[in-house]
Ligand binder design. Sequence first.
Ligand code: BYC
Length: 313
Amino acid sequence: MENTNFEVVFEDKLQRNEMIEPKDWMPDNYRKHLIRQISQHAHSEIIGMLPEGNWISRAPSLRAKMVLLAKVQDEGGHGLYLYTAAETLGISRDELLDALHTGKAKYSSIFNYPTLTWADIGAVGWLVDGAAIMNQVMLQRTSYGPYSRAMIRICKEESFHQRQGYEIMCHLAFGTPAQKQMAQDALNRWWWPTLMMFGPTDDKSPNSANAVKWKIKRESNDQLRQRFVNQTISQTEYLGLTIPDKDLKWNEERQAYDFGTPDWTEFENVIKGNGPCNKERITARVKAHTEGAWVREAAQAFADKRKESAVAA
Ligand code: BYC
């Protein structure tokens, strides 16, 4: 009986668009769903640092290096906000990281592709961060308070990331023919994997029904993918580049672009761990974690010492 009342309060809060907070009662499946999504999101942020970090030492100017360094550092910060938000649901950082390192937890498919040239850093910022923002803007109004607040801060920083990428694309697209070709090549390789970032089509998305019911997701995978395509075409035209999709065309009736179908078999393979860089990413992450053990130990020793002094005082 008591449990039913809790459920009524929970549903009522959702109806009124009030946030659910860590100490509020919530259904077990809502908690599990959030731990899955927030932790996958956190993992994506820290794995996302790897393909870009790969270019810090090879950025073509001091300015480009500073900007990229700041961006990659922001992503580490985003991971921190998101892991902290997930921890409020009663799971520890160690458990979350263990799931990532042992391949039990997913992270975004997009980070299993290689960044072969400097233009890829432009394409990642422009397309990947652009897609991430499209998804994350709606998550600012997600129903779980700590996730929503983390997203508000993350979105502010992501806008700068998207501009950083577009600026690189502008330099290359308006540069020499060889530079323009480099930009086109990066667009060709990143376009379809970026569309896959939004997840499977709505009819094949098992988590969407609950996500929408619980107001975790406010828009569907397909709606966001369509909005991203609509928004990106004029940016591509300005660059004088071509989207690698022969089915792309404006649909007057729908007032939206029609576009081709991503290779969903490739997507399935990547999320099963068989993409071009899955193994490399996890190996690099585990190595960083192992080599960072002394930092965690030092931080813990410092925290223990402070606690001891506070008790003694
Ligand atoms: N990659 O039922 P569905 C970023 C999985 S950007 C891997 O539609 P859901 C960044 C899905 O997890 C990227 N797996 O799921 C940008 C599920 O498997 P499980 C991170 C994917 O949750 C720049 C299954 O497929 N952003 O961080 O309703 C620089 C069925 O899918 C993907 C976020 O994580 C994928 N692309 O919708 C640095 C945003 N798509 O878990 C960093 C928050 C689907 O049942 N997350 N799957 O085994 C979301 O909005 C949603 O989780 C998704 C998927 C839209 C990604």
